[in-house]
Design a protein around this ligand. Structure first.
Ligand code: AHG
Ligand code: MN
Ligand code: MN
Length: 350
């Protein structure tokens, strides 16, 4: 991918945002500040992740988050970096994170703004200790009109109401992907300069793909339409799809989604019967929604298998949903299989 330039000059994230504000009127000063602050925090997280064992930050923090998952030291560090960076700027009314049971208010000593920020500070944390890509995912919502001290219910807005969404991948390079609701843009961290530089504009996901991403070890727990879809892919050239498919699974959603944004693919974390009380593994507010907005903005599709992710009305902050996203034709096919199965079982009950 070539680096887009303005009259031969590289475009920094700061310049991109100022022009989005000044020339196009796409964003206001507070939203620009918010994105800059999140990007700065991601830079700090990238440095912390990049130190590896030298930073004495690998391994478990010895604590659990609200979802009963063991927190890694870097989960906690990344959460603190994002909180600290975002508290004082005056652009936020409150924050919420995977790593905090309840929303985090802006301390009274600071001014408050009109936005809510929700994030997964470090996604793919099982990969931290083994030097595989991890990332940060974030979603920006408006604080409801007239609310000065937002509580959990103020965050419970459908993903279609997101103002902006993005993620950073801390991989062989650090990349920030951003949508403000008019296309998807990619920035690469120039480590010498310390700034994010525009390296991709209007990213698009091809409608067709020969690559899928799913944790196959759960296959025995899947529902019949899920098994049907994957079995057809596995059957390859001589099966009903008439072609071979390839599989990739990083176990960091950010890295899997970034590959799909780069060259297409379908990512699935379905509902399964391993723990029937959980409707999927991934969290709606800070994993599924921001990724769904980015994928849709790039021309792809994102569903729960039964409905558009961005239309799901959240019931709680840490709610989980099944996730199907990526190349449109594959997501639509997998969704159709689920809808057909749901209609059949509804018919059988009637
Ligand atoms: P997190 O590290 O924020 O808890 O998220 C991990 C998620 C996601 O990034 C990834 O796609 C999935 O968990 C991997 O799950 P499995 O280990 O079940 O494959
Ligand atoms: Mn995650
Ligand atoms: Mn996480």
């Amino acid at each position: 991918m070539s680096t887009p330039t303005h009259a031969g000059q590289r475009v920094s994230l700061t310049r991109f945002l100022i022009e989005a504000q000044r020339e196009h009127g796409h964003i206001n000063a507070d939203l620009r500040l918010l994105i800059e602050v999140v990007a700065r925090a991601c830079k700090r997280i990238s440095i912390a992740v990049g130190k590896g064992a030298l930073g004495n930050a690998l391994g478990s923090a010895g604590t659990e988050n609200v979802q009963g998952e063991t927190q890694k030291k870097l989960d906690v560090i990344s959460n603190e970096i994002l909180l600290e960076a975002n508290e004082w700027g005056g652009h936020l009314a409150a924050l919420a994170s995977e790593e905090m049971d309840h929303p985090h208010p802006i301390p009274h000593r600071y001014p408050k703004g009109g936005y809510l920020l929700v994030f997964d500070p470090l996604d793919g944390s099982s990969n931290i200790d083994v030097n595989i890509s991890v990332g940060t995912i974030f979603s920006v919502l408006r604080c409801p009109e007239g609310v000065t001290d937002p509580v959990e219910s103020d965050f419970l807005q459908a993903g279609s109401r997101q103002v902006a969404a993005g993620y950073a991948v801390y991989g062989s390079s650090t990349v920030l992907v951003l949508t403000l609701g008019y296309g998807v843009y990619q920035f690469t961290l120039d480590r010498e300069q310390g700034s994010f530089v525009l390296t991709g504009s209007n990213l698009t996901i091809p409608a067709d793909t020969g690559e899928f991403a799913i944790n196959m070890s759960n296959m025995r727990h899947w529902e019949p339409p899920m098994k049907r879809y994957i079995e057809e892919l596995l059957a390859g050239r001589t099966g009903p799809r008439g072609r071979d498919f390839n599989m990739r699974w990083v176990a960091s959603m950010v890295a899997d989604v970034h590959r799909i944004l780069t060259r297409g693919g379908i990512f699935i974390y379905p509902r399964d019967m391993k723990d029937p009380s959980k409707p999927g593994k991934l969290r709606l507010m800070y994993e599924a929604n921001p990724m769904a907005m980015i994928v849709e903005q790039a021309g792809g599709a994102a569903t729960t298998g039964l409905q558009r992710i961005l239309d799901v009305e959240p019931g709680e902050l840490h709610q989980r949903v099944p996730v199907f996203l990526g190349s449109r034709n594959e997501v639509e096919r997998a969704t159709r299989y689920h809808l057909e199965a749901a209609a059949e079982s509804a018919g059988a009950l009637a």
